[in-house]
Design a protein around this ligand. Structure first.
Ligand SMILES: Nc1nc2c(ncn2[C@@H]2O[C@H](COP(=O)(O)OP(=O)(O)O)[C@@H](O)[C@H]2O)c(=O)[nH]1
Ligand SMILES: Nc1ncnc2c1ncn2[C@@H]1O[C@H](COP(=O)(O)OP(=O)(O)O)[C@@H](O)[C@H]1O
Length: 205
């Protein structure tokens, strides 16, 4: 076995959850850029419109609501959720592509409802990490600073964030919590957790 290859244990999926604007996408992008051989992103489906710079099939599969509802009915999704007035979901195909075809650890960026469904389903061996903001004010500042949402959408996301933070603080789905204050420190911790998922190792905090 070559150095850096996963050991005899199979890589687990890495479930990344946390409120909108907390930095999930930033941390995940950095991980994928640094370790493209080890980690692959599960490209979700969404009914929301693409933001500037987002590409079909890379960030999301951008789909029409009716098509997504039909695919959900046809059983194509491992999990799905209505988040901030849009539908988001992880197809079986996207997870299979990363785990079985690419043989990498599959990174899922999903909301709390999705995390709960994956946890209860139990068919995916996973490590769960919840990303926390240093404070609600900082979260709001990041969301506004990103400049990708309308004021109405920001308000919806902040409302959802309150429930997400309570959820992250009070359940056992997540093996780890990372406070994203300094990006360097948060990324170092996040990477360490991701590598635990990659090696399929036992989780100890
Ligand atoms: N359940 C579920 N949630 C998802 C999925 N993809 C993204 N999300 C979540 O949907 C929420 C909104 O995502 P997005 O519109 O990209 O906005 P952002 O989180 O503010 O960058 C976030 O909490 C994501 O974690 C998915 O496939 N399933
Ligand atoms: N540690 C950090 N310090 C300051 N700004 C950050 C930090 N992490 C992320 N950001 C910024 O916050 C905004 C939201 O991050 P993003 O990764 O889009 O969050 P999410 O994917 O959780 O919605 C982005 O503009 C990003 O550059």
């Amino acid at each position: 076995m070559k150095e850096g290859e996963a050991g005899s244990r199979r890589p687990k999926a890495l479930l990344v959850c946390g409120p909108s604007g907390v930095g999930k996408g930033t941390l995940i992008k950095r991980l994928l850029d640094e370790h493209p051989d080890k980690f692959g992103f599960s490209c979700s489906h969404t009914t929301r419109k693409p933001r500037e710079g987002e590409a079909e099939g890379t960030h999301y599969h951008f789909v029409e609501r009716d098509d997504m509802l039909k695919d959900i009915e046809d059983g194509k999704f491992l999990e799905f959720a209505h988040v901030s007035s849009n539908i988001y979901g992880t197809s079986f195909a996207s997870v299979k592509k990363v785990i079985e075809e690419q043989k990498k650890c599959c990174v899922l960026d999903i909301d709390m409802q999705g995390a709960e469904q994956v946890h209860e389903d139990g068919s995916i061996d996973k490590v769960g990490v919840f990303i926390m903001p240093p404070s609600f004010e900082v979260l709001e500042g990041r969301l506004r600073g990103r400049g990708t949402e309308s004021e109405k959408d920001i308000q919806i996301r902040l409302e959802t964030a309150k429930a997400e933070l309570e959820f992250g603080n009070s359940n056992s789905i997540f093996d780890f919590k990372v406070v994203n204050e300094s990006l360097e420190e948060a990324y170092a911790k996040f990477k360490e957790i991701a590598l635990i998922a990659y090696t399929g190792g036992a989780v100890s905090q």
